[in-house]
Design a protein around this ligand. Structure first.
Ligand code: ADP
Length: 560
């Protein structure tokens, strides 16, 4: 699956002045020499010199098109050969101070182009020498008239060269500036393409007809396709439905975009039951004649299914919490108003006032419990990173719990005892979380037991796992309700349960804490017989898998 946000690497080649450009010039010069020779305008009448030179020029001209004869990108050999041939032409073949001198302008220009000022100085010095030497050779000496003529021609040639070279330098600067700008723009473009391709959000760009022009790898993932999308209609791939499950045309939606439009109410439908919640940002790309850009749209798609689910869960939770809080607050408020009313009566009934305030107080205590449980829940769901893992003795923890809750059990006329197998090993886990789990089991056991008592047990089940449990001889839980005990705000409908205050959050929090330390919790219960809540955990930390082998059922109701 390849991303299609393309990287443009257009030709960066500089259009160089090549020796090939000289070939038509060479051909012209050859014809000119031959023409002059037949018209008797050459200095020499020797056909060997004329045809010899024309022959060499023909070979040179052709060499640009014959691979084996090419000098490649080395210009110096060509330039030297042309300088020598031109010198020969001006000294021995044609009159030195003739218009042939102006061919040197071309050579001087090329030398300046490739080798700068140094090349130009060498070439122009050679020209001066040839002018002087050629005139001397052809005229048999240098008259002052010749010297004036040579100087004048030389100055004109240099002037023409200067003009040509300054024009070409300006051009060259402009061209290299443009090349730098293009290279920079291409670099920026490549970086942008890499960025778009590395984005986890899907990006799709279309033209003004909704035809896809660019997309990234994430777009293929979200559209669930491996096809090449360029040139395809976006509506055929991005099929969206509204919150009411009505089909929507994404391009019709896009067309209504002024500059940017954001929608988080649409879903992409894959099949009948499969869909993703999307956050879609559509931006309109305006037409630009300057940049030769057509109107179009970009679509930025993000999968927000998980976020939506979490948001829904959060909403539901807030709804449930407010519902659970409303009842005790209303009752407490009612009792308080009643107490005030009773206190304002001329005949004060202290007993009645006390009972009313007591009932209100109970509700306030319940609200306190609820707040405690909610903050425990918040810790259990958010404090995973800060959970402190340490090695500790199970014996110490269980003995500590027995000591802590003995008085509370005794107050209710219940026994609380500890049955600890001799070989329970030390464990590596969160001592705080384990204690919270067991405390919850023990408080529930005491709360929901009227006669008998509570037994805390600890035993190794194999070399790496232990089982800790709390059994009671209490009211028990009906079989049909056992799988509901970990639900938030769930409380049994049984009247014996309802006599006791509770939030229905304790076991929900316990389940979260157990998940955090990688432990498994189990419940076994029988109505009017009692219950056993147990936790099975690795002694070596959270990541050790819990043995799935049948765990010996060693907890009996009643704990005796
Ligand atoms: P709470 O005890 O505050 O109501 P929990 O989440 O701790 O909330 O328990 C949920 C429900 O599970 C209780 O309301 C009760 O019906 C049942 N339950 C929990 N522990 C016991 C137990 N040891 N014996 C009988 N029922 C229990």
């Amino acid at each position: 699956m390849a991303a299609n946000a393309q990287s443009s690497t257009s030709s960066k080649k500089l259009q160089k002045m090549t020796p090939q450009l000289a070939s038509p010039t060479i051909l012209g010069i050859m014809l000119l020499i031959l023409g002059n020779y037949y018209s008797g305008l050459t200095y020499t009448n020797d056909p060997r010199l004329v045809f010899g030179l024309v022959g060499v020029l023909a070979v040179l001209g052709a060499s640009h098109f014959i691979a084996k004869l090419k000098f490649g990108s080395a210009h110096a050999p060509y330039l030297i050969i042309y300088h020598l041939l031109l010198s020969f032409l001006l000294i021995a073949v044609v009159p030195t101070l003739s218009f042939y001198l102006y061919i040197w302008v071309l050579l001087l220009y090329l030398t300046d182009y490739y080798y700068g000022l140094k090349g130009a100085i060498v070439s122009s010095s050679a020209l001066l020498l040839v002018m002087l030497g050629g005139t001397y050779y052809q005229q048999g000496g240098l008259s002052s008239k010749n010297l004036v003529n040579i100087s004048a021609q030389f100055i004109i040639i240099l002037f023409v060269i200067k003009l040509m070279s300054s024009l070409s330098t300006a051009n060259r600067h402009k061209r290299s500036e443009t090349i730098t700008k293009v290279a920079r723009a291409e670099g920026e473009h490549d970086r942008l393409v890499a960025l778009i391709n590395s984005m986890s959000d899907a990006v799709i760009a279309t033209d003004d007809q909704g035809v896809i022009v660019t997309y990234n790898a994430a777009a293929l993932d979200i559209l669930d396709t491996n096809e090449t999308l360029t040139g395809k209609k976006i509506v055929d791939y991005l099929k969206v439905v509204s919150a009411e499950d009505k089909k929507q045309n994404i391009f019709d939606i896009a067309k209504k975009t002024d500059s940017i439009q954001r929608r988080s109410d649409l879903r992409i439908a894959y099949g009948k039951d499969d869909s993703l919640a999307l956050d879609i940002t559509i931006s309109r790309v305006a037409k630009s004649t300057v940049l030769d850009r057509r109107e179009g749209y970009t679509f930025l798609l993000r999968d927000i299914t998980l976020q939506k689910t979490l948001d829904d869960e959060k909403d539901l939770f807030i709804h449930e919490v407010s519902h659970e809080l409303r009842n005790p607050i209303t009752v407490a408020e009612g009792e308080m108003s009643m107490a005030i009313m009773l206190a304002e009566k001329p005949q004060l009934d202290f007993e009645q006032i006390k009972q009313t305030v007591d009932r209100g107080h109970k509700q306030v205590v319940f609200l306190g419990e609820m707040i405690n449980d909610l903050s425990a829940l918040s810790r259990a769901t958010h404090d995973k990173q800060t959970m402190k893992v340490e090695q500790f003795s199970i014996k110490e923890v269980l003995e500590g719990l027995e000591a802590d809750y003995k008085a509370q059990a005794k107050k209710k006329g219940l026994y609380l005892k500890l049955e600890l197998a001799p070989s329970v090993p030390e464990v590596t886990s969160s001592k705080l979380y384990l204690k919270e789990i067991l405390e919850n089991f023990i408080t529930n056991a005491i709360k929901y037991t009227k006669k008998g008592g509570v037994t805390i047990k600890g035993q190794a089940i194999d070399k790496d796992h232990i089982m800790l449990g709390v059994s009671d001889t209490g009211i028990g839980i009906a079989k049909a309700e056992l799988d509901k005990v970990y639900r938030k705000f769930w409380r049994s409908e049984d009247p014996s349960t309802r006599e006791v205050s509770g939030t229905g959050l304790g076991l929900y929090v316990t389940k979260h804490l157990a998940d955090n330390i990688g432990a498994e919790i189990k419940v076994e219960s029988e109505l009017k017989q009692g219950s056993t809540f147990s936790i099975i955990m690795s002694t070596k930390g959270k990541d050790q898998p819990i043995s799935r082998s049948p765990i010996r059922k060693f907890f009996k109701f009643g704990g005796k």
